[in-house]
Design a protein around this ligand. Structure first.
Ligand SMILES: [Zn+2]
Length: 249
């Protein structure tokens, strides 16, 4: 049966001389693999639609195995991302995160929308680090490991200054600091931003400008939290961290 589905290419693997296997994240069906025969040939009608991060309508053979891609139509190719190495790396991380946190054919329209929003925001040249903070916090929710960011994770106190505790899974108030000897001090601004980023809708993100130290603090906390709870090792993330260090030097 031929099926027409809206999707975003989150992974491509070359197959043989001329073919590509695409992993699409689709609105209706979740993650699906399709075989794009001949897509590596520049003149193929499947070539443009088979590029990473393309958002399009895909018409393919819907079978229990790997269906063949019949044709497609681009809705948005996110050109600015494609033309920029840094933006490409951020988008690659977002796509890999979706890939790793999902199983085949489990629909999640919310996640599809999130992925679209993240690509759209990067393409519109919103601050890519902030875009990723927001996306990561949403993905933690998808993975069921969302940190406690509106009150102390240990006693529930919801005012005052907080530190962050990876082992307690969120904020730690001044009374509870002894609970975790590895708690991470952070500025009030950082704890407010973590809370904001966990709740804000990416599509409503304006032009926000953060100090480099604030971003560094948030990045550090999210990295430690992700490493501790997600159980994921993402190649695209390592590459991004290397780029970050390169940027700072
Ligand atoms: Zn407390």
């Amino acid at each position: 049966m031929l099926k027409k589905i809206e999707g975003i290419v989150i992974r491509t693997v070359d197959y043989g001389e001329t073919n590509k296997i695409l992993t699409l994240y689709t609105r209706e069906t979740g993650k699906v693999g399709v075989m794009a025969r001949g897509a590596k040939k520049p003149k193929s009608r499947l070539s443009a639609i088979s590029q990473l991060f393309v958002y399009g309508q895909y018409l393919f053979q819907h079978t229990s195995g790997l269906g063949g891609l019949n044709q497609g139509e681009i809705i948005d190719s996110f050109r600015s991302i494609r033309n920029d190495l840094f933006l490409t790396s951020y988008a690659a991380y977002a796509a890999e995160l979706v890939d790793k946190l999902t199983e085949e054919r489990k629909p999640n329209p919310y996640l599809f929308e999130m992925l679209y929003q993240v690509l759209h925001a990067l393409d519109e040249e919103k601050d890519p680090e902030v875009v990723l903070f927001i996306f990561e916090l949403k993905m933690l929710r998808v993975a069921g490991i969302t940190p406690q960011l509106d009150r102390c994770a240990n006693c529930g106190l919801n005012e005052g200054r907080f530190h962050f505790s990876v082992s307690e899974g969120g904020l730690l108030c001044h009374r509870c600091l002894s609970v975790d000897p590895y708690q991470i001090p952070m500025t009030k601004r950082t704890s407010e931003l973590l809370h904001l980023f966990a709740h804000i809708d990416l599509s409503r993100l304006g032009n926000i400008s953060l100090k480099a130290e604030t971003k560094k603090e948030i990045r550090h906390i999210l990295n430690l939290y992700f490493d501790a709870y997600s159980g994921l090792y993402l190649k695209s993330k390592r590459f991004l961290d290397q780029l970050d260090r390169f940027n700072l030097e």
